[in-house]
Write a protein that binds this ligand. Sequence first.
Ligand code: FES
Length: 498
Amino acid sequence: MSSSRVLICSASRLLTHFRFLLTLRSEEGKYHGLIVFRLSTNNGLSTSDDTETENRSPEWYKQLYVMESTCPHLGAEMTHADIEEYEDSVVAVCPWHRYDFDLKTGKSETGLQTCTYPVHVESDPTDGIDKVYMDAPSDGSNWRVVELRPVSEEFADPPPPPPEAQETSRAPQESDEPVVPFENPPKTLMEWAVLILNTPNPTLKVERTRYAVQAWRTGKITSIGNKSVNTPKPPEVPTREAQYLKNTVDPGKVMKRKNRAVMLHALANIEQWAIDLAWDIMARFGPMHRDLPPAFFSDFTKMALDESKHFTLLCARLSAISPSTPYGTMPVHASLWDSASLTSKSFRARLAIIHLVHEARGLDVNPATIERFRKANDTETVKVMEIIHADEVTHVTAGHRWFVWICEQEMKAKGAVNGGDIVKIFREEVRKYWLGEIKGPFNKEDREKAGLSPEFYEDLRGEMEIERKYGNTNGHEQEASIKDVTQNLARVKIEYES
Ligand code: FES
């Protein structure tokens, strides 16, 4: 096999869906976001993502295409592009401005061109299994697949509100609040991000996330909106509904993880904050870094959707295991947002601390959590946790991708020939914005999949200085809150260990 080809997967893996998101990373740390299209051989063309009758004829091998996942015009996602027959070729039609791109050549009649990659299916002589390869991109070496996932995935039902919230007099306009506000509905992705951050009800937050991401992908939202002077500002802390807020307590007072319901409740709480973190990084840093390419927003809208999916799946399991304690009935903490506050001024620090420290730590501890549910014979929760874990690998990957990007941008602006020493820059960020040791044991395999080699995290200790975190401190009150933050950070780490 030529070294200029990349093994995507076994051919049979592509039979479950018609579209897959494919992410490649090169040895040099470059990324390509791609889509694999499998066109149905039943009618020749299909735009459906749903599983249909399997067609195991090798004929379908000829109908596999790989193209870049963002449109070369203004960066729309092509995951939901219509597929149309055009004269004697097949084209993907961009959902934003309807430019079409030949799936084989990448050419558009508008004169634009996207990258497409020839696909080959060959039998592997070592095991006799048919495998799918693509020609490697030319702007890097030793490309490998870091993500391959279907475009369409299932959500669990939205979580029910806690019992007290059902009984008490919630304002009718709150319970009836529509997914798309009647007055001043958001028009841009940034406006949606800020609306969702300001949506206190978790069910509505999930519904709005699903709506906004779908609208972004299908061309109902055609503007990111991060370059406008009127871009709304995200809240310092996302809002929480009173019924949920009253259970938000000091991290030291949350229940220990004694049983599965407590574990699921704690994990759902983390996922709710994670939804906000995905929207916040777009709303806060999109306007600060106007040169961020559309692929950044594609990665983080996907992350917001993933976290919403995790939240609903965990809440559904919680309801199944313990109907009397639905989400919102147990004490929770907001420690994860402390790290968001500490890094609210620096995109580089945010990526390093939230996505490459906190989320990477999740990769270390998830396998043990999965084992606990397995030992309890809770196979349904094991399945949910395995989905979450696989997604989290891709979130750390996104963190790595954009951390590399911002480092390279900043180094180029300073006139450096290449992007500088990424590992060194990362370790410096952790020293500045983290307190204490980055503790193992590490899940080296999954960290490596996400782009984190051991030199990123081994023998690393945060030496955060209180003054540095907020810049100019100006009084006792602020100093006290900073102290709280550092204590909370220590407790977050303790929770990871439990
Ligand atoms: S045609 Fe794709 S973004 Fe305009």
